[in-house]
Design a protein around this ligand. Sequence first.
Ligand code: SAH
Ligand code: SF4
Ligand code: F3S
Length: 454
Amino acid sequence: MSKKLYIKTYGCQMNAYDSTRMGDVLAPLGYAPVEGPLEADLVILNTCHIREKAEEKVYGELGRMRVEKERRAKLGQKMMIAVAGCVAQAEGEEIIKRAPFVDMVFGPQSYHKLPELLEKAAAREKPVELEFPQVQKFDFLPEETATPGSAAFLAVQEGCDKFCTFCVVPYTRGAEYSRAAADVLREARQLVDKGACEIMLLGQNVNAYHGAGADGESWSLAQLIRALAEIPGLKRIRYTTSHPRDMREDLMEAHAQVPQLMPYLHLPVQSGSDRVLKAMNRKHTAAEYIVIIESMRGSRADMAFSGDFIVGFPGETEADFEDTMALVRHVGYAGAYSFKYSPRPGTPAAEMEQVPEAVKDARLQRLQALLVSQAKAFNESWVGREMEVLLERDGKYEGQLVGRSPYMQAVHVRDSAQLRGQMVRVKITGASASSLTGELVIPGLSGDLERECA
Ligand code: SAH
Ligand code: SF4
Ligand code: F3S
């Protein structure tokens, strides 16, 4: 009998990927995905621990699930509730203590054990699985069953050994691990066979990738990308998230030499002040970061960059913050994410002297104003020019689809409804800080034919 599964996903792309893979593990047990928690036999909250009050938000959501579970119990129906992801890893048993109606708790390294955990939960054992097992979960996950979109995710690396002093990820995801190249290539071929023509390689420190290669040697991310580029039908390759310390020469060269590798890099710097970078344990300076940006632009002139920034890290002075603003002006970002520092329990920075909230607010506003103006300028520089867009999903208006440019910009394309999943040539007619609008270049007029993706 078919059972209904609802997974609510928070956090990063790795969590989104993990949710799909949990669906793959559960499909052979008869679970089919549904759009919401109502009527679901199993609800999984796939949680994120990176932001402030992450735990409280999870308990709030669990409170709502409890109401539904009780409603269903009155009708004689069963509903199971599971907490997965990074809050599960961090909170563990505490979740069952505070929310005893939760049936199981498991961390990001245990998804392949879901069938076993479900059996225990059915026997009312309330399993809590937080091991970082020696045997990697990737070896036990079944083949992907879900149909990917035209742009798919593929995890190649997981975990982090860097221990930035603000970050929970090394504690929630465990030690750095790279999948073998052969496994990644097999999964990539399956995704392409099912219609994906863009693959985003995922990892918490993806450019630290050092998986076993087909030749028995350890492969770098650049070597993996070159092998992926051989797959017929794979038109675009991206990767995220990278760390400046692992930005090797061969990866920079790959951007110049592998046409499928997109001219876009998300390279978080966090701060422009060497003093703050040191306190963050980033192990790179602002100047070293800028050298990377400049040498990448040297090898591929149209490289676009985005980054992550934290303002108000403990001890950040006005002068430190000005260094961040100066770095942003120097780099010129196509887009970026910026956050107020939030103390994460158990991390070293949470114990340091904190910057007042009002100061953080004011700095964040100034930084975001600068980043928005840069994104707007970058997008406006495209008006009147043509670019390739992979059309992925419905737009707001009838007949319109939204896709991605090579530089990760969202592009809204008029009269394109019949071309979903295809790579098309678009003339850009409008731009804002967050997206572009454009029109299809009519085949024949420009000499460029729309290209089939799959
Ligand atoms: N692995 C990636 C990103 C990890 S988390 C990397 O190394 O860059 C994503 C982003 O969240 C980080 O880049 C950082 O900017 C932000 N972040 C992480 N912990 C934070 C905290 N305690 N307070 C504010 N922002 C944080
Ligand atoms: Fe967190 Fe730093 Fe590791 Fe990124 S490199 S996941 S910010 S500890
Ligand atoms: Fe969040 Fe865990 Fe990803 S803390 S950002 S879901 S690695």
